[in-house]
Design a protein around this ligand. Structure first.
Ligand code: UDP
Ligand code: MG
Length: 148
């Protein structure tokens, strides 16, 4: 089954959005396979966002991610990478549809509350980076009520 890496950024944790965000993924039917509150350092944040290192906003982005604890999660389910990105909404909250997490809870692109992997391959890399200890081994007993 497909997995994705979802991270509630420091602003989302500070603003008390952890429960609301977890609830949206749970209610959709996805399964929580990993969860921790963690404050990362600058080299770690730079590694996570390595693909963006040439961007003008990179320094500010790294500063933002290390500014407080983040809630790192692994979610599992059919098409969870693509659907997770839809639940999160467009990168710039000015363009995220209402009903999406960024559309409902964010205004500025540099304070957009949440990260989600953009492809199955990047999800694999991000899960390995953030959860080197591994994730939970369990199957939801609701499976046959969610999948036909
Ligand atoms: N970002 C920013 N300014 C920009 C573009 C991106 O501050 O002009 C930040 C924003 O927090 C975004 C993150 O960099 O979520 C990673 O950018 P990416 O293009 O990967 O967007 P995402 O995958 O998070 O939607
Ligand atoms: Mg991205």
């Amino acid at each position: 089954m497909e997995q994705t890496f979802i991270m509630i950024k420091p602003d989302g944790v500070q603003r008390g959005l952890v429960g609301e965000i977890i609830s949206r993924f749970e209610k959709k039917g996805f399964t929580l396979k990993g969860l921790k509150l963690i404050t990362v350092d600058q080299p770690f944040a730079e590694k996570h966002y390595a693909d963006l290192s040439a961007k003008p906003f990179f320094r500010g982005l790294v500063e933002y991610i290390v500014s407080g604890p983040v809630c790192a999660m692994v979610w599992e389910g059919k098409n969870v990478v693509t659907t997770g990105r839809k639940i999160i909404g467009a990168t710039n909250p000015a363009e995220s549809a209402p009903g999406t997490i960024r559309g409902d809870f964010a205004i500025d692109i540099g304070r957009n509350v949440i990260h989600g992997s953009d492809a199955v391959e990047s999800a694999r890399k991000e899960i390995a980076l953030w959860f080197p200890e591994g994730i939970a081994e369990w199957q939801s007993s609701l499976h046959s009520w969610i999948y036909e």
